[in-house]
Design a protein around this ligand. Structure first.
Ligand code: ZN
Ligand code: ZN
Length: 370
């Protein structure tokens, strides 16, 4: 592998993130298993269990009996209807045959005609009687169906009332079951979250920070995502309340550490330029050079010729490098003692001859302060 410092820094960052994410993923998988096992110990309430505690079964059986009777009577009524239709058809045929028969007879054949007419009328009357009986029966069946329907409606109302009770008991049981599961999970996840926060605050400078960061990812996931599908309605309060507390806590922590950093920087700026120059680390110096920033006060050291000249004509508006920082007075560039080439003052070697650039300065400043 070629030694490319920029690439190495990027690769290091990427590998560290991969380590964090891989650890977080495995921790999440393990935690899900543990949480799943925790849940199995609790028994989820069943709707049927609560039905037995009420009269709903009894009413249901009674209602079924009523429904059965209704069905029986309806099938009886249908059979009756068939008979009724048959009788009506027979009567109609009988009447029409009688009509055509009588129209062909003469009044002179009176004695034999009389007997025949009486006979035929008798048949028709008896059929009519049967029809009337059938109709009466049908009406009575219809009445009893109506009665049973009203009864069934009442039974259904009783069943509904009982079921209301069942649902209420059931939903209470589900509520307390979910609360139990939620609290059990919270008992497991909350300490994990606290540990994650502690690591986030206290272990950021640690050489194993990528591993700690993996745990931090896991702890936040476990609390804010892992708990969600099992949160009973009021569980949302817990999550949001803790989310608010966390934002406040981490927010205050971040603001304070930022202010402490600024204060430290300001105090540093009170020191002599030589002392400050000594404290500048190489990677800071390198970054600062890349971004044309003063490595001590962080401000840009390039100046625009045009601005600096007060708008004089003939100025190109190009940027110029300054030897000293305009803001804090730190020496930024100086000549090499060996070859007099102008070098950035905070990297160790002269780019032209390779001699040490900073060494002398350090020795001088140590000599001055001592
Ligand atoms: Zn400066
Ligand atoms: Zn040199």
């Amino acid at each position: 592998m070629e030694f490319n410092n920029k690439k190495l820094t990027r690769t290091k960052k990427l590998i560290h993130y991969l380590i964090s994410i891989a650890l977080a993923i495995f921790l999440i998988g393990l935690a899900n298993r543990i949480i799943g096992d925790l849940d199995e110990t609790a028994h989820r309430p069943n709707l049927q269990d609560f039905e037995t505690a009420t009269e709903v079964h009894k009413y249901r059986l009674l209602n079924n009996a009523v429904q059965d009777s209704i069905r029986d009577i309806i099938s009886d009524k249908n059979a009756l209807q068939l008979n009724l239709d048959l009788a009506s058809t027979t009567l109609k045929q009988e009447r029409s045959s009688f009509k055509s028969w009588i129209s062909t007879r003469r009044a002179t054949q009176s004695s034999s005609l009389d007997i025949e007419v009486r006979k035929r009328n008798l048949i028709m009357d008896s059929i009519q009687e049967i029809i009337t009986t059938y109709q009466r029966e049908k009406t009575s069946k219809e009445a009893s169906i109506q009665e049973l329907r009203v009864l069934s409606l009442n039974r259904q109302r009783l069943i509904d009332e009982e079921m209301d009770q069942v649902y209420e008991m059931y939903s209470q049981a589900v509520h307390s079951f979910e609360l139990k599961v939620f609290l059990k999970r919270l008992l497991f996840v909350f300490p994990v979250l606290l540990l994650g926060i502690w690591m986030l605050v206290k272990r950021r400078k640690h050489i194993y920070w990528p591993l700690f960061r993996g745990f931090v990812f896991f702890s936040f996931y476990a609390f804010f995502v892992g708990l969600v599908p099992y949160l009973p309605s009021y569980g949302g309060y817990v999550r949001y309340a803790i989310g608010i507390l966390l934002s406040l806590f981490l927010g205050i922590y971040a603001i304070r550490s930022l202010q402490a950093f600024i204060k430290r920087k300001k105090e540093e700026l009170q020191q002599s330029t030589a002392a400050r120059s000594q404290q500048i680390k190489e990677e800071v110096a390198e970054k600062a050079l890349e971004n044309h920033m003063c490595p001590s006060c962080g401000k840009d050291y390039l100046i625009n010729e045009l601005h600096q000249s007060g708008g004089k004509k003939g100025m190109s508006g190009k940027f110029k490098v300054t030897t000293y920082c305009r803001h804090c007075g730190l020496q930024l560039f100086k000549d090499c003692d060996s070859c007099e080439t102008t070098n950035y003052a905070h990297l160790p070697h002269c780019y032209s001859c390779g001699d040490l650039v900073t060494k002398k300065e350090i020795i001088e400043s140590v000599h001055n302060t001592g």
